[in-house]
Write a protein that binds this ligand. Structure first.
Ligand SMILES: [Cu+2]
Length: 305
C-alpha cells in the first residue's frame, strides 16, 4: 500500500518558495529599528551599568551559544535522517532496527555533560553576584513594603562591623526617602562605589532588582538579605519588585539615579533639610509612612492601599 502523494511540478513550487522567503526577509528587515538592532546585539539584555553585570551577561551569552550549537546538531540530525532515509518508492519498507548502543550512550552522556557545564558556570557567576566584601564603601538600608520602597542612606562614618540585625546598624544617623501608591521613590547612588544593600520586608516576600545592574535579590520578612553592587555608569535606571507580592505589586517601581559623589552628598543634604532624618533606618511598612518627614496626607493615602 502506498501513500497518495499529490504530484507537484518543480517550477511553481520553487517560485512560491522564493516569494515567501523574500517576503519574510523584507518583513524582518522592515521591523528592525536601531533600538531593535541594539537589543538583538545585546541578546535582549540591558546595557551593563554595574561591575557585576558583565558576569551575568557572559553567562547569558554563552548559554545562547550552547543552545544554538545544540540546536544546530539536533536540526542537522533531523534533516539528515529526513533526507537520507526518505521513502524512495511506494512499496518500500525500511530496515527495522531495534537499538543502537553507541547512539544511546551518546545521547545519555551528552546531556549529562551539558548539565554539568551549565551548572558549574551558574555556580561560578552566582558566587560573584552574592559575594559580600567585608568592607563595602557604603551601606543603604532598603525596606520593601506593600507596595513601595523606603531607602535609608547613612550619614557619617560607616561601622563595617555592624550586622544590620536587631538594631545593630552601620551608621548613627540616617536620611531617608519613601514612596507610596502615588509616588515612585528614587534611589540615588554614587558611581563606582561598592554599595551594600541590606534588604528587609515588614510584610511579604518582595524582590529588589535593577535590570541595568543585572542582579537582584529576594526581600524576605524576618531576615536581612544582603546584596552588594558597584554601579559603574552615571545615569537614570528603572528598578522594580520582581516578586508577585500582592494586588499592587505592579506599583512597586522605583527609579535609580547614579550620580557623582559630590551630587550624592548634596542629595543627602537635601533630604536632611527636608526633615527626612532619623536615628535609625525606617524598616516597617507603617513606620515608613507615619514617621516625621512624610506628610499626614501621604500616610493617609498609604493606609488606604
Ligand atoms: Cu513587591
Amino acid at each position: 500500500m502506498g501513500l497518495q502523494v499529490p504530484k507537484l511540478s518543480g517550477a511553481p513550487v520553487r517560485r512560491t518558495l522564493r516569494i515567501a522567503l523574500l517576503g519574510a526577509t523584507m518583513l524582518v528587515l522592515a521591523g528592525c529599528s536601531e533600538a531593535d538592532t541594539h537589543q538583538i546585539k545585546n541578546l535582549a539584555m540591558p546595557d551593563r551599568a554595574s561591575a557585576q553585570g558583565p558576569y551575568t551577561y557572559e553567562l547569558w551569552k554563552w548559554a545562547w551559544v550552547a543552545a544554538m550549537v545544540t540546536g544546530l546538531i539536533v536540526w542537522g540530525l533531523i534533516f539528515y535522517v529526513v533526507v537520507k532515509f526518505r521513502r524512495r518508492s511506494d512499496d518500500e519498507i525500511p530496515r527495522q532496527t531495534r537499538y543502537n548502543l553507541p547512539l544511546e550512550v551518546f545521547y545519555t552522556i551528552a546531556p549529562v555533560l551539558m548539565c554539568v557545564v551549565f551548572f558549574s558556570h551558574t555556580v561560578r557567576v552566582q558566587d560573584v553576584m552574592t559575594e559580600l566584601d567585608a568592607e563595602p564603601d557604603m551601606t543603604v538600608e532598603v525596606t520593601g513594603q506593600q507596595w513601595s520602597w523606603t531607602f535609608n542612606h547613612g550619614i557619617g562614618e560607616q561601622n563595617t562591623d555592624a550586622t544590620g540585625v536587631e538594631g545593630d546598624y552601620a551608621y548613627d544617623e540616617y536620611v531617608y526617602t519613601s514612596g507610596d501608591g502615588n509616588e515612585i521613590p528614587t534611589l540615588v547612588l554614587p558611581v563606582d562605589q561598592r554599595i551594600q544593600f541590606n534588604l528587609r520586608s515588614p510584610d511579604v516576600i518582595h524582590n529588589f532588582g535593577v535590570p541595568s545592574f543585572l542582579t537582584r535579590m529576594d526581600v524576605i520578612p524576618g531576615r536581612v538579605n544582603k546584596l552588594q553592587v558597584t554601579p559603574t555608569v552615571e545615569g537614570t535606571y528603572a528598578g522594580k519588585c520582581y516578586e508577585l507580592c500582592g494586588v499592587y505589586h505592579s506599583r512597586m517601581l522605583f527609579q535609580v539615579e547614579v550620580v557623582s559623589q559630590a551630587k550624592y552628598d548634596a542629595y543627602l543634604g537635601e533630604l536632611a533639610e527636608a526633615g527626612q532624618s532619623s536615628d535609625e533606618p525606617l524598616t516597617g511598612g507603617a513606620n515608613a509612612t507615619t514617621q516625621t518627614g512624610l506628610g499626614e496626607s501621604q500616610s493617609q493615602e498609604g493606609s488606604q492601599e
